[in-house]
Design a protein. Sequence first.
Length: 265
Amino acid sequence: MSVTETVGQATIDGLAYVGDLTILTCQSLHAIFVAPFQGQRLRGQRAIHQAMAVGVGAVPILSLISFFIGVIMALQSAYELQKLGAIALVARAVAISVTRELAPLITAIVVIGRSGSAFAAGLGSMKVNDELDALETMALDPVQFLVAPKFLAMALMLPCLTTWSDFMGILGGSTFGVSVAGFTFSSYMQATLHSLVLRDIITGLIKSVMFGMVITVVGCQEGLSTGLGPEQVGRSTTSAVVKSIFMVVAVDLVFTMLFYFTTPR
């Protein structure tokens, strides 16, 4: 194949994949918001179970990573700010970078590794073992029974995890501020609160909701499209992680540009 044919085929495949993700998203939203009013059950217990697995299970590792990222951001910003005699702005730099960008992105990557891959592996195993066909035989829609609870749980838990990541990142920055930059813990937190506006926090939470939706549909789509054979489950899991990270970064770019151009100046 020529270069143009390769690029063209890759473009078509990419657009088809985005179309599949869009369809799965619409089906999940229908199962959550419309189907219950049409006499179909919303699997609340499954959603709660998924929320516990996605949210509570991720807190320890997310706390540790967010804390270290906060310390790193404080160190890096202080390195440049002290040249300008503005080391007091460390708290502002850490707070804005963490709430707007780093906390949602770190949370998404942690959840991709823990839950996005698990979604693909679980559904892929069910596909290989013909369990999805068995569900359809019992008149159970796999999207409504399996995907929608995951979708709801991720959309609810990602903002919660991001909020916790915000706190841990700022706490990590305060460790450097108190020990090196001459802050007290109280003054550091006051400087952080004065530097933040509601838009900074809301921006990160909106991104986290979108990241949760993306992670779910990519992981579930890869699981549902798993080929025959046990080795295909591993390939679907790997593909889910790689594509989820790419899609999350792409969505992050889109929303960052959107917020930038819509911010009053």
